[in-house]
Design a binder for this molecule. Structure first.
Ligand code: FES
Length: 91
């Protein structure tokens, strides 16, 4: 991460800058997953809800749209006990 006044964060959760995403694309990332592996963008608290579209836009500016592979989505999950299921939704 650079510390100048023109730093633009693409992924606020992981503090990934535009320059880092551009470098990942220059290094060969052709998909959102490729950018994610190189920068951790999309691995933060919001799970990419904010940055995914921005990264897609950055990839779209450099590659033909048919070459951009859509990302897979894995919603955040937590363990649920059998007793919680048995109790149902009482809220
Ligand atoms: S803004 Fe990228 S994971 Fe939240």
């Amino acid at each position: 991460m650079t510390d100048n006044k023109e730093t633009v964060f693409i992924c606020r959760c992981e503090e990934v800058t535009r320059e880092e995403v551009e470098q990942a694309i220059r290094d060969g990332a052709t998909t959102i997953a490729g950018v994610k592996k190189r920068t951790h963008a999309g691995m933060g608290l919001c799970q990419g809800r904010t940055c995914r579209k921005l990264i897609s836009g950055m990839l779209a500016g450099r590659r033909p749209p048919e070459e951009i592979v859509p990302p897979t989505f894995r919603p955040p999950v937590r363990t649920v006990t059998i007793s919680e299921i048995a109790q149902g939704d009482e809220e």
